[in-house]
Design a protein around this ligand. Structure first.
Ligand code: ZN
Ligand code: ZN
Length: 344
């Protein structure tokens, strides 16, 4: 179709325009009406988190120059995918494709929490001790690459129109930045809004150090999947101001906030299939460094709750305790495999 050709020719400026437009809008909103006080300076957060985003974008262009749009066009040319075998009106095919791809992203997100090896990668996203617009784009490069491969497979099986892929990527990117925003919304508006889109208060619950909260609200875009599959949690138990953001056992600035620490985070520590919690000794070894450094301000989120469990300590690394590689808890999900979204 003509429109598909136009979209393919303008995909990069459309995506870049939306990325920077939403980034600036949410960043200004965060300055005017912040939801929580940050524990790490904005400069440090922006340099490291956005540094990772630009590195990931560069890597994706290098590895997959055609990107998801190219795969969609290739699949369309060859008539691959369910939608090419089914006589569906074009507009309906676009809507169905966007909803289906969002469901796959939800499933991926559930699975990267359930599979220890994938959780190693995904915990970089959760290790952020604060929650702002840059958190939404903070993912390990390997997770980004795996996510892209899953997206390619989804496109080949589904056969979505090219325009649906562009809409999905732009909307997902925009909503991920919006719902990671450290922004205040009127409660009534939040209640209505979260019927159709994941809001910042809804997704913030997912970034709690508490296991049952981290294992809820997996949606990035549409909020329906969490409600449908019983993973919805309306609010954090401690409230949005008092809740602790991050991973209990990754509190040291080097590992949680610096780009080099983030990149090696998946390769440190020990993964246990049962997701056993670390001994107190290991957690204590990590905790003091969280309060060191002049760029880290004191605040509720800088003081992780007391770790549970006891017994022998796993091997420790600077600012990292071993078994904290799995967000185990009462609501821990069954194992399987896949990866999370790409926000690049
Ligand atoms: Zn997650
Ligand atoms: Zn998130």
């Amino acid at each position: 179709m003509e429109f598909d050709h136009w979209i393919m020719g303008h995909e990069v400026p459309i995506r870049l325009g939306c990325f920077f437009g939403v980034l600036v809008a949410v960043a200004l909103w965060e300055l005017l009406a912040p939801r929580r006080r940050l524990t790490v300076s904005k400069t440090v957060r922006w340099v490291n988190n956005l540094g990772l985003v630009f590195f990931n974008s560069f890597l994706l262009r290098l590895l997959f120059p055609a990107a998801a749009v190219g795969v969609a066009a290739f699949a369309a040319q060859r008539g691959w995918g369910v939608l090419h075998y089914t006589p569906v009106p074009y507009v309906l095919a676009v809507v169905l494709s966007v909803v289906a791809m969002d469901f796959i992203i939800y499933l991926q997100h559930v699975l990267v929490h359930a599979v220890p090896a994938l959780w190693r990668l995904h915990r970089l996203h959760h290790a952020d001790p604060d929650y702002d617009v840059t958190t939404g784009a903070r993912f390990h490069p390997i997770e980004i690459v795996l996510s892209m491969l899953i997206k390619f497979a989804t496109i080949v099986v589904l056969g979505p129109p090219v325009v649906a892929v562009v809409i999905f990527e732009v909307v997902l990117n925009a909503t991920a930045m919006f719902n990671h925003g450290n922004i205040r919304l009127p409660q009534a508006l939040d209640r209505w809004l979260r019927l159709v889109v994941v809001t910042p208060d809804m997704h913030r619950v997912h970034h709690s150090v508490e296991d049952d909260e981290a294992n809820s609200n997996f949606g990035f875009n549409l909020p329906w999947w969490d409600r449908l599959f019983g993973t919805y949690k309306a609010q954090p138990g401690a409230g949005h101001q008092a809740m602790t953001i991050g991973i209990r056992d990754v509190r040291a600035p080097r590992m949680a906030s610096d780009i080099d620490g983030m990149l090696i985070l998946p390769f440190l520590g020990r993964v246990t299939p049962t997701g056993a919690r670390p001994g107190n000794g290991a957690a204590r070894a990590a905790a003091p460094s969280a309060s060191r450094g002049s760029r880290h301000r004191a605040g509720p989120a800088a003081c992780p709750s007391a770790p549970t469990g006891s017994g022998r300590s796993p091997p420790t690394y600077p600012g990292l305790s071993g078994a904290g590689t799995s967000p185990a808890g009462p609501t821990r999900l069954p194992a399987a495999s896949a990866v999370a979204m790409t926000a690049s």
